[in-house]
Design a protein around this ligand. Structure first.
Ligand SMILES: NC(=O)c1ccc[n+]([C@@H]2O[C@H](COP(=O)([O-])OP(=O)(O)OC[C@H]3O[C@@H](n4cnc5c(N)ncnc54)[C@H](O)[C@@H]3O)[C@@H](O)[C@H]2O)c1
Ligand SMILES: O=c1ccn([C@@H]2O[C@H](COP(=O)(O)OP(=O)(O)O[C@H]3O[C@H](CO)[C@@H](O)[C@H](O)[C@H]3O)[C@@H](O)[C@H]2O)c(=O)[nH]1
Length: 471
C-alpha cells in the first residue's frame, strides 16, 4: 500500500491545541482542507465569529485564522461529517486528571479520547489515519486501535499514529511555525510506516525533515510525558534553590545564570517563580507517577512525585512570606494581585499559581483585588469558587474585587503581589502607584520582573522570589 496523499484533515477538539495546531496546518498547506470540530457549540461559534473574537488568546493566532478561515480552514460542530470526509483525523481532546474512581487525582481521564475514538469507529465509511494528538499514558494507542478494529465496517482500516504536541501557550504560533521537533510514533509495520510517511509529508510543507522524528508508538507517547516531567523538574529544582537563596542571601538569578552557562545544563527554563502552572505539567507528571505505580515501580513514582510536591511547597512558601512580612497577619488588609493567568501572553488560568495565592489570602481573611489583562472576570469567579468549595461565592465576592487596570488594583492597598509576568507590570508608573498606596507599601515579586532597587528608591519595601535581601 502506498502512503496516503492527505487532502482532508479533521481535528476533533477545538481547544488550545487543536485550534492553533490545525489552523497553522491549514495556513501552511493550502492544498489540504482542514476542518476543526468540537461538541462545544459556543467554542465553534467563537472560532467562526465575524470579528475574530476567538475562544483563546494567543499572540499571532488571529492573523493565522484570518488568512486561512473560509479558504481551507473550517470550524464546525458537525463532528460526524468532519470524520467522514477526512483521510486523516487528529484526536485533540482534553485528557484531564481523573477526579474520581480508580487512579483519582493521578491518572488521566481518557473518557474524552475513548468517546472520540468510538465516534470515529461508528461513523467512518472509509479508511482513516487516526492521530493521537492529546497527551495520553503510554499504550493508549493500543486501546484506540482495539476499539477501532472491533467496530470498523468492512473495507475500513484504521492506522494509528502518535503525534504529541509540544507547543507552549503564549508562544503557540511561534512554536508551531518553527518547532524544535515534530514527533511521530507509529507501529513498525509497513502500514504503520506508510501512515507515518503520510503525516510526515503534511509537516514537511514547512518543517525541515531533519526535525521530524519518527519513532515507535510507545516511545512517542512516553516522550511527551518525559519532556514535560523534565521541564517541570528544572523549575522545581530552581525553585528549591530559590528557597536556599532567600535564606542565605544568594541571588537565584545569578545562580541560574552561572549554572545555565554550563553547556550541558543550558540556560532555558531556569527562571525561579511562584510555582509552575498550566494545564499540562502537573497533570502529566501525575499521569507518569500513576503509570510508574501501575508498573510496580514505586521508587520511580515517588521520584517524579517530588517535582509536584516541591511546586506545592513553593506556592505555599510564597503565601507564607507575604503573611510573615506583613507583620504576621493579613487579616483585614488589602492586597492587589497582579496577574491571574498561569503565565504571560495567555488568558488561560488552569492550575495558575495565582489561584492558590488568592485562596491562601482569603483564608487569612484579607481583601484581594485582582487584575489581569486577558483573563475574563467570569473565569476568575469560576476558579475561586472551585478553589474554595466550602465558601459560598457571595462570601468570596465580599472579599475579592476585580480591577480594570493595574493602577486601579493597587490603589489604597498595603501590598502588591505579582503573580504573572505580564510585560505591562514592568512598565507600570511605580511612583504613581506608590503615592496611592497605604504605607508602608510592599511589593512581592513572584516572577522576578521588577527593578527592586528602583522600587526601593521610591520607598517601597520589596521582596523578590529567590533573593535574600531584607525588605
Ligand atoms: N494546552 C496546551 O498547551 C497543550 C499543549 C500540548 C498538549 N496538550 C494536550 O492536548 C490535549 C488537549 O488540550 P487542550 O488544552 O487543547 O484542551 P481543551 O480543553 O482546550 O480542548 C479540548 C476540546 O475537545 C473538545 N472535545 C472533548 N471531547 C470531544 C468529542 N468527543 N468530540 C468533539 N470534541 C470534543 C472539548 O469540547 C474541548 O473544546 C490534552 O491532552 C493536553 O494535555 C495541551
Ligand atoms: O523557567 C521557567 C519556565 C516556566 N515557568 C512556569 O512554568 C509553567 C509552564 O510554562 P510553559 O512550559 O512555558 O507553558 P505551557 O503552555 O504549560 O507549556 C508546557 O506544557 C505544554 C503542554 O504539554 C507543552 O506542550 C510545552 O512544551 C511545555 O512547555 C508556567 O506557569 C510558567 O510560568 C517557570 O516558572 N519558570
Amino acid at each position: 500500500m502506498a502512503p496516503v496523499n492527505v487532502s482532508k484533515i479533521c481535528c476533533i477538539g477545538a481547544g488550545y491545541v487543536g485550534g492553533p495546531t490545525c489552523a497553522v496546518i491549514a495556513l501552511k498547506c493550502p492544498h489540504i482542507t482542514v476542518t476543526i470540530v468540537d461538541l462545544n457549540q459556543a467554542r465553534i461559534d467563537a472560532w467562526n465569529s465575524p470579528d475574530f473574537k476567538l475562544p483563546i488568546y494567543e499572540p499571532g493566532l488571529v492573523e493565522v485564522v484570518k488568512q486561512a478561515r473560509g479558504r481551507n480552514l473550517f470550524f464546525s460542530s458537525d463532528v460526524d461529517r468532519g470524520i467522514q470526509e477526512a483521510d486523516l483525523i487528529f484526536v485533540s481532546v482534553n485528557t484531564p486528571t481523573k477526579k474520581s474512581g480508580v487512579g483519582a487525582g493521578f491518572a488521566a481521564d481518557l473518557n474524552y479520547v475513548e468517546l472520540a475514538t468510538r465516534r470515529i469507529a461508528a461513523v467512518a465509511h472509509s479508511s482513516k489515519i487516526v492521530v493521537e494528538k492529546s497527551t495520553v499514558p503510554c499504550r493508549t494507542a493500543e486501546s484506540m486501535r482495539t476499539i477501532l478494529e472491533a467496530n470498523s465496517r468492512p473495507g475500513c482500516r484504521f492506522d494509528i499514529l502518535s503525534n504529541p504536541e509540544f507547543l507552549a501557550e503564549g508562544t503557540a504560533i511561534k512554536d508551531l511555525f518553527a518547532p524544535d521537533r515534530v514527533l511521530i510514533g507509529s507501529l513498525q509495520t509497513p502500514e504503520g510506516r506508510d501512515a507515518c510517511a503520510a503525516l510526515t509529508a503534511v509537516y514537511a510543507n514547512w518543517v525541515p525533515t531533519e526535525k521530524i522524528l519518527t519513532v515507535g508508538l510507545w516511545s512517542s507517547e512516553l516522550s511527551k510525558l518525559a519532556a514535560n516531567a523534565m521541564l517541570a523538574q528544572r523549575i522545581s529544582s530552581i525553585n528549591a534553590l530559590s528557597a536556599i537563596c532567600e535564606a542565605t542571601g544568594a541571588n537565584i538569578d545569578e545562580v541560574a545564570h552561572a549554572v545555565g552557562f554550563d553547556s550541558r545544563i543550558g540556560p532555558k527554563f531556569l527562571r525561579a517563580s511562584v510555582g509552575f502552572g498550566g494545564s499540562c505539567f502537573q497533570k502529566d507528571i501525575l499521569n507518569l507517577v500513576y503509570l510508574a505505580e501501575s508498573l510496580h515501580l514505586p521508587q520511580v513514582a515517588a521520584y517524579w512525585r517530588t517535582v509536584v510536591d516541591m511546586n506545592e511547597h513553593q506556592k505555599s512558601r510564597f503565601s507564607k512570606t507575604v503573611v510573615d512580612t506583613l507583620f504576621n497577619t493579613i487579616t483585614g488588609k488589602h492586597i492587589a494581585v497582579l496577574g491571574f493567568a498561569f503565565k504571560a501572553d495567555t488568558g488561560d488560568t488552569r492550575e495558575s499559581p495565582a489561584i492558590s495565592l488568592v485562596r491562601d489570602f482569603l483564608s487569612e481573611r484579607a481583601y484581594v483585588t485582582i487584575y489581569d489583562p486577558q483573563v475574563e472576570e467570569s473565569q476568575i469567579w469560576l476558579d475561586l469558587a472551585e478553589a474554595c468549595p466550602l465558601v459560598p461565592l457571595e462570601t468570596i465576592k465580599k472579599q475579592v474585587t476585580i480591577a480594570p487596570s493595574a493602577l486601579d488594583a493597587c490603589k489604597n492597598k498595603e501590598a502588591i503581589v505579582i503573580a504573572t509576568e505580564w510585560k505591562e507590570f514592568k512598565e507600570i508608573d511605580w511612583s504613581s502607584v506608590y503615592t496611592h498606596m497605604n504605607k508602608p507599601a510592599f511589593v512581592f515579586d513572584g516572577r522576578m520582573i521588577v527593578d527592586a532597587d528602583a522600587l526601593r528608591a521610591i520607598g517601597f519595601k520589596v521582596k523578590v522570589i529567590g533573593r535574600g535581601e531584607r525588605v
